[in-house]
Design a protein around this ligand. Structure first.
Ligand code: HEC
Ligand code: HEC
Length: 459
């Protein structure tokens, strides 16, 4: 054996030995379990009747739920775009087109990225929105929402709140109350002019099922479908928006479930479900890269809030309250506490490969870059601020590029808020690629078949 062959064989042995010694499937499984991560197939999920799911599917794609009848939930949470819209930040009522090619026209820019709607039917999914402003107590079922009459253990609007038994149902109450998302501007329609959320909900319910037990007004298709979906409600006048939201959630929870990923199979004991790179990535996720510190539990989120310093794109939230254009202080806008500046909810990583662009502002356009952001926040954000174009891998309209916040003082404030992030960890290019491979193992595409828009013959 000549010397170079000897070295080659030696290297091969060293290589395989290293992999076998360092990545043991059972050890990885145990480490995940120690951090509350398991296969979603073992978790409780809410299930509703086919009639309710069918009604919900129609409502999810229904533009009559918006003040000006020009936008539906699906516009911003379309199955084709991983239950998001594929845009950095959403375009609300008045925008035109669908998905990444949707454009502004007369439409309103929404301050944040539209998150995906996967797995909200699981009892363990407790909190939604980037700032966590909507949640359900997994033990008592008590709600926390921007509408006081739904909140607490004895809510004043109990007839509505009692229909809202999972986080998707609670959330579905609110897009219709937002002027820019679905309601429209005051003066444009009766929903936008309504006084308060309860009035918005009453008027929209009437649009669907009319009055006098369906004998006056309403939409015939919905009068039929509500009767089928709620057979125990004897008079349609007793239908309220809680029933509407519950149906929308029934569809979301049925359609947007992602519990059959290779990772779920791996956690159920199938050692061959993950590729070698994905296993390496899983190990990094649990150990060196420290992702598990925040992305823990069955949904790979702890439902808590951190600042990782994500670049800001878009006007930001809180301008009615005097926040400057280009600023989004996240959780601090809810708590009023400066320590919460730029904190956002840890997002679930389930199906994350399908839900780009990423972060609360949709400013980061590859999973590789998301990891760079987490581990080298200052370098990444500095370079992004100087030339965001190099990080825009897709063809978005130039409008989005011009929305990147380049203000230096805000950049500094964001960077100094970063705490707890796994910064100062040096990952090689190969390691980052392994982590990305692992994130892909969380993908379950079976929802495409379940989530299809209602077909003409169903109408
Ligand atoms: C104009 C686009 C738009 C429309 C229309 C819209 N959404 Fe959203 N949705 C968003 C954005 C943006 C957010 C995040 C807002 C935030 O966190 O401040 C969001 C958040 C959500 C979330 C929370 C997900 C999570 O994990 O935090 C769910 C669920 C959801 N929307 C469902 C719906 C439903 C159901 C409808 C219809 C009743 C709807 N959306 C209509 C853009 C939209
Ligand atoms: C300190 C807690 C924390 C740690 C540790 C952490 N993350 Fe995150 N992660 C977050 C938060 C918070 C966000 C959302 C920030 C925002 O939108 O501004 C996020 C966003 C993400 C996203 C984008 C998801 C989406 O839907 O937009 C991915 C992917 C991600 N993290 C993966 C990772 C990986 C991989 C690691 C390990 C290298 C990691 N995270 C470590 C808190 C953390």
């Amino acid at each position: 054996m000549n010397l170079s062959r000897f070295i080659l064989v030696g290297l091969l042995f060293w290589g395989t030995g290293r992999v076998n010694a360092s990545v043991n499937s059972e050890d990885i499984r145990l480490l995940f379990e120690k951090n509350g991560v398991n296969s979603l197939q073992e978790e409780d999920i809410s299930r509703e009747t086919p009639a309710l799911i069918r009604l919900g599917k129609h409502l999810f794609f229904e533009k009559a739920l918006s003040g000006n009848r020009n936008i539906s939930c699906a516009t911003c949470h379309h199955p084709r775009f991983g239950s998001g819209d594929g845009l950095p930040v959403s375009l609300g009522t008045g925008g035109l087109g669908l998905g990444p090619s949707r454009f502004k026209s007369q439409g309103h820019l929404i301050p944040r990225n539209a998150p995906a709607a996967f797995n909200l039917g699981f009892a363990s999914f407790s909190t939604v929105m980037w700032d966590g402003r909507i949640s359900i107590d997994p033990d008592t079922g008590a709600l926390k929402t921007p509408e006081k009459s739904l909140n607490g253990e004895n809510p004043p609007a109990a007839h509505i709140a009692s229909q809202l038994r999972n986080i998707a149902a609670v959330q579905a109450m609110f897009p219709v109350t937002s002027n820019h998302e679905m309601r429209g501007a005051p003066g444009e329609n009766e929903i936008a002019d309504a006084k308060g959320n309860l009035e918005v909900w009453r008027l929209l319910t009437e649009r669907l099922v009319g009055q006098q037990n369906g004998n006056s007004g309403g939409i015939p298709k919905y009068i039929r479908m509500f009767r089928a979906a709620y057979p125990s409600v004897s008079n349609l006048d007793h239908i309220n928006f809680g029933h509407v939201a519950r149906a929308i959630a029934a569809y979301e929870n049925y359609a947007f479930r992602a519990d059959e990923s290779p990772f779920d199979e791996f956690m159920m004991g199938d050692d061959r479900a993950l590729t070698r790179a994905q296993l390496q990535g899983a190990k990094l996720f649990l150990q060196k890269a420290q992702c598990i510190r925040c992305h823990s539990g069955p949904h790979l989120t702890d439902f808590r809030f951190y600042s990782i310093g994500a670049p800001q794109l878009g006007a930001g939230k809180g301008q009615e309250a005097g926040e400057p254009q280009g600023e989004d202080r996240g959780l601090a806008l809810i708590t009023g506490n400066h320590e919460d500046n730029y904190k956002f909810k840890t997002p679930t990583l389930r199906n994350v490969a399908l839900t780009g662009p990423w972060t609360h502002s949709g400013s980061v356009h590859s999973l590789y870059d998301v990891i760079q952001l987490h581990t080298k926040p200052v370098e990444f954000c500095e370079s992004y601020r100087n030339d965001p174009r190099q990080y825009f891998y897709k063809e978005y309209s130039e409008d989005f590029l011009s929305l990147v916040d380049s203000d230096y003082l805000r950049f500094q404030a964001r960077m100094s808020s970063v705490a707890n992030s796994p910064s100062k960890i040096s990952l090689t290019r190969d390691e980052i690629n392994d982590l990305v491979a692992f994130l892909h193992s969380l993908t379950d595409k079976s929802f495409y078949a379940r989530a299809e828009a209602p077909s003409e013959d169903e109408l």
